[in-house]
Design a protein around this ligand. Structure first.
Ligand SMILES: NC(=O)c1ccc[n+]([C@@H]2O[C@H](COP(=O)([O-])OP(=O)(O)OC[C@H]3O[C@@H](n4cnc5c(N)ncnc54)[C@H](OP(=O)(O)O)[C@@H]3O)[C@@H](O)[C@H]2O)c1
Length: 305
């Protein structure tokens, strides 16, 4: 099977590629951004026409934590819409039979309010721009499946963390960014670390190896895979609890202080991942175990800088 993977240099890509490449039945093509600019439809179309893959695993996206989502909503919307539409439409136009699109649980964030004008409020308070782009690609895959009967399906993971994550304190997601901040606070002997918001919001995180295992299963069973499927850890923790779990591994000895003036995002986002379990998958790695493995990778990357 010829498999074209986008976003191979990212966190999920770097954790998925070694396993895919170790399977002799798979021939893997994973161009970097320098080799293939996904923002350019013509380049993408020519590449797919020449390669004629049996399956595309579409991981590439502009991804980041809440601070950078708030700062650059235009780039989050436009880049993500363009990248996904270019890949999915070039796949359709070249009759690629199978495509696994990676969505995000952020698409569910605005589901809970009564329909009034507020429903149109897309001021950049969180990651609406990213979520909107993810919703577009999910719908495009649905419509292609409906209109052309092709296997273009979307996996919807909760927050994911693991080795090769983005550990930037400004741009990274909660676990990698806080890991870096607590590490710096420990080695600099800082008296305190600030937590954004009141620390009571709950988030669901999945260790990347568990998502990789789901993708491996989905490749083999793509015909039976539901059109859209949630992939979550099944339990969420408060932001405060993540700080404490991280600190069990890192060992910063100062105090934690809350900054209530800072945005913290939605109160709660917990996926119902029952269909993924019925599909024969379940997470194997606890959050603490995942944090310990990720910290080993962080230390290696950090010490090599
Ligand atoms: N991380 C999470 O918590 C999470 C949760 C749910 C869903 N997801 C989804 O899972 C997928 C993988 O996420 P990740 O965490 O692995 O992200 P990541 O580490 O930020 O990697 C993103 C990948 O996309 C590539 N990319 C971005 N713009 C590109 C462009 N214009 N042309 C070519 N390549 C481009 C990046 O290339 P460079 O290395 O050159 O930048 C990188 O390989 C994404 O679709 C993301 O939305 C992630």
């Amino acid at each position: 099977m010829r498999i074209f993977v986008t976003g191979s240099t990212g966190m999920l890509g770097q954790n998925l590629l070694p396993t895919l490449r170790s399977n002799p039945n798979y021939e893997i093509f994973a161009p970097t951004r320098q080799e293939l600019n996904l923002l350019n439809y013509e380049e993408v179309n020519v590449y797919i026409k020449k390669l004629h893959p049996d399956l595309i695993i579409h991981l590439a996206a502009k991804v980041g934590g809440i601070q950078t989502n708030i700062k650059e909503p235009v780039e989050f919307l436009v880049n993500n819409v363009l990248i996904s539409f270019n890949i999915i439409m070039a796949a359709l136009n070249n009759n690629v039979p199978n495509l696994l699109n990676i969505g995000s649980s952020t698409i569910y964030q605005n589901n809970n309010f009564l329909i009034n004008n507020q429903a149109l409020n897309i001021s950049p308070q969180g990651n609406e721009a990213y979520a909107l782009a993810k919703m577009n690609s999910l719908k495009l895959c649905e419509f292609i499946h409906y209109q052309y009967q092709l296997n273009y399906k979307t996996l919807i993971p909760c927050n994911v963390f693991g080795p090769f994550d983005n550990f930037d304190v400004e741009i990274g997601h909660l676990i990698p960014a806080v890991m870096h901040r607590l590490y710096l606070a420990k080695i600099q002997n800082l008296p305190e670390v600030t937590i954004w918001g009141n620390g009571k919001e709950k988030r669901e995180f999945l260790y990347v190896e568990d998502l990789v295992n789901f993708i491996l299963l989905a490749i083999k069973q793509i015909n039976n895979l539901p059109q859209n499927i949630n992939i979550g850890f099944g339990k969420d923790y408060t932001i405060d609890e993540y700080y404490h779990l991280l600190n069990k591994i890192i060992g910063f000895t100062g105090l934690f202080k809350h900054d209530l003036s800072k945005p913290a995002g939605p109160q709660r986002l917990l996926l119902d991942s029952t269909p993924a379990k019925h599909f024969g998958w379940q997470p194997q790695i606890s959050i603490l175990e995942g944090i310990a493995k990720t910290y080993q990778n962080f230390l290696l990357l950090f010490q090599s800088l």
